[in-house]
Design a binder for this molecule. Structure first.
Ligand SMILES: Cc1cc2nc3c(=O)[nH]c(=O)nc-3n(C[C@H](O)[C@H](O)[C@H](O)COP(=O)(O)OP(=O)(O)OC[C@H]3O[C@@H](n4cnc5c(N)ncnc54)[C@H](O)[C@@H]3O)c2cc1C
Length: 597
């Protein structure tokens, strides 16, 4: 018999979204956090660049401009009611973090420093605006540490290294989750009135990725198996500046600080593709430009990479050409020391992994799978919605990268994920606690661990010759080549066939470790199953969408098609079959316009 625990609110995930949700829920509800990782190891800790909020500490800015930039960045697929809400709340969210003790980098006058980031503009002049609040290049790390300290102070209960494998839904309402305790292999039932899923993204389904090993999409897969649709899964952001071959992220802040991209001919190629904001164009635009440069034979050594140059000579030369100034109006010029002080961790990565000192040499970079715009559909209170009419599933919530509110639409702007975590983490926590106050404890199903045991038993029983690492490698290469930066009908069809083949072969996967204590081989096999499910949903959603929008770029349908495709995809999984439905985009102030750069 499994161990049974009872709470009002159970939060799955100890990253930025999960901790924010737990902190707010725990004000009135008995709350627990369940996390497969020790919470401060969550991927939020890897966020470098910053959190966007229109504080206007350095120059004029306001939440309406942030709203418009986010709508435009989303290629008009974001829901504008949710975006307005997020951009307004962002300002207080940053001050809340400051008051909790987050050590932001400061201006000389003591206020929170801000720097420019791709796609964030002064809506009057069209020039980049300094909106990203940061703590050197360790912003996410600082958010995670700050929130974790607050959670400990508030006596929130943590179940660390417990992996959730199923969510319980009884009479159409959430009733808890089922998890395995990794240290012992024991099963635990967390019986609760409300569940908040905050399990992060799934970038590990691509070969080159900036994402943590834990990003296997567990939360999405678990709810999809329970009949809940996933929204806009075809939209996955490729960040243009991953370290060549490794995918490790070089933050956009390097370009914010004046870094310039060059092709094999030494040309500043972004001038061609985004004549106004050039190297600060949004990520999808730069990733696609790199693809086009590669196709034109302009990649370095014909190896699909480019150079990102942040040496003082180059930064100063192009700052002069672009007429860039400091906040006080003096010309923008930097020294190697200043660059080092702004991006210490990046410099460290470059030295460690490439032997490159970024203050003297350019950094070889290529697009890397970075961020899931799609995920579990929710409204702006974090409530999970399950159909085209946005019907709420009572008691079930999702927040953070796993959720699709949708504030990022077809493409997320840099610094907007950390805002999303803090704002929607907070509101899902508050809403879930309020719901729990008014709800009775749902009954548990007769055999709450049944479905989870079935999944484990299937893996234990499979005694074929297939190997987890081989299948994972084949999946990642296929996804990177055919469901990556650029897509075609033939490539997507091939990917669907390949993923289906891999799903068949997965039934013959062999798990050699039969032990109970930290059986990570078993968990990796289960995670591969999740990745295969999400890959199939992604490829099929992408195949159906015959247009190019944001991060979804079809070679065969290069134009955005608002007449037919200004709508969100919903994908349901029924065994091996995926069925698709669509729901309208919420438009309040901004009618779709062509994007200009
Ligand atoms: C390298 C990098 C740099 C980035 N930089 C920025 C930036 O500068 N600005 C910005 O806005 N965004 C940035 N992003 C994006 C942003 O950091 C993430 O989208 C965000 O941190 C995700 O937070 P989260 O709380 O949703 O998930 P996470 O922080 O990843 O937390 C997920 C949690 O879920 C738990 N979990 C997962 N599966 C299970 C399971 N089955 N059972 C139990 N627990 C589970 C994990 O243990 C973890 O605690 C960056 C992302 C990367 C990868």
């Amino acid at each position: 018999m499994a161990n049974v625990h009872e709470f009002d609110v159970v939060v799955v995930g100890g990253g930025g979204a999960g901790l924010m949700a737990a902190m707010n829920a725990s004000k009135t509800a008995r709350t627990a956090v369940i996390s497969k990782l020790y919470p401060v190891r969550s991927h939020t800790g890897a966020a470098q660049g910053g959190i966007g909020a229109a504080l206007g500490n350095i120059e004029e800015d306001n939440p309406d401009w942030h709203t418009f930039d986010t709508v435009k960045g989303s290629d008009y697929l974001g829901d504008q009611d949710a975006i307005e809400f997020m951009c307004r709340e962002a300002v207080d969210a940053v001050y809340d973090l400051e008051h909790m003790g987050l050590p932001f980098t400061r201006n000389p006058d003591g206020r929170i420093a801000q720097r420019p980031f791709g796609g964030h503009t002064n809506n009057v002049t069209g020039k980049p605006v300094r909106r990203s609040c940061y703590a050197a290049d360790r912003t996410g790390h600082m958010i995670l540490q700050t929130l974790y300290q607050q959670c400990i102070k508030n006596n929130i209960l943590f179940y660390d290294e417990f992996q959730v494998m199923d969510v319980l839904i009884v009479d159409g309402k959430a009733a808890g989750v089922v998890a395995v305790e990794l240290a012992t292999g024991e099963l635990h039932v967390f019986h609760s009135k409300a569940v908040i899923i905050a399990t992060g993204g799934h970038g590990r389904i691509w070969e080159i990725t900036s994402n943590a090993y834990a990003y296997t999409g567990d939360g999405c897969a678990v709810v999809a198996r329970r009949g809940i649709p996933l929204e806009d899964m075809e939209f996955f952001q490729f960040h243009p500046t991953g370290i060549f071959k490794l995918g490790i992220l070089i933050t956009e802040a390097v370009r914010g600080e004046g870094g310039i991209l060059f092709n094999a001919k030494g040309e500043r190629f972004m001038e061609k593709y985004a004549p106004r904001i050039k190297d600060l164009a949004s990520r999808d635009v730069i990733s696609r430009s790199m693809y086009l440069e590669t196709r034109a034979g302009n990649d370095v050594n014909k190896q699909r990479f480019f150079y990102l140059d942040v040496t003082p000579e180059i930064v100063n030369k192009y700052a002069e050409i672009d007429g860039r100034t400091r906040p006080d109006g003096t010309p923008y010029r930097v020294t190697a020391e200043e660059i080092m002080s702004k991006i210490p961790d990046i410099a460290d990565f470059c030295l460690t992994y490439l032997g490159v000192d970024p203050t003297r040499q350019p950094i070889p970079v290529q697009p890397t799978a970075h961020y899931a715009m799609g995920g579990i559909p929710t409204n702006k209170f974090g409530q999970v919605v399950i159909d085209e009419q946005n019907t709420v599933l009572p008691g079930l919530y999702a927040a953070g990268e796993v959720a699709c509110v949708s504030v990022h639409g077809a493409n997320r702007l840099g610094t907007n994920s950390l805002v999303d975590l803090v704002v929607f983490g907070k509101h899902s926590g508050l809403h879930a606690a309020e719901y729990a106050l008014g709800a009775d404890m749902p009954s548990l199903p007769d055999d709450p661990t049944g479905f989870m045991r079935e999944q484990i038993d299937r893996l234990r029983a499979a005694s074929g010759s297939e190997n987890v690492a081989t299948l994972a490698r084949e999946l990642k290469v296929e996804m990177f080549d055919n469901v990556g930066v650029f897509r075609t009908q033939a490539g997507l069809e091939q990917a669907v066939v390949k993923v289906q083949e891999l799903r068949e072969r997965f039934k013959q996967v062999k798990v050699t470790d039969t032990g109970k204590v930290f059986n990570m081989e078993m968990m990796q096999a289960w995670e591969l199953g999740n990745m295969l499910d999400l890959a199939l949903i992604t490829a099929q959603s992408a195949l159906a969408r015959t247009e190019s929008r944001g991060a979804h770029a079809r070679d065969d349908y290069p134009a955005r098609d608002d007449a037919n495709w200004l709508k969100h995809t919903l994908a349901w999984m029924n065994g091996d079959e995926i069925s698709l439905g669509y729901k309208p985009v919420v438009i309040t102030q901004y009618a779709p316009k062509e994007r200009t750069y």
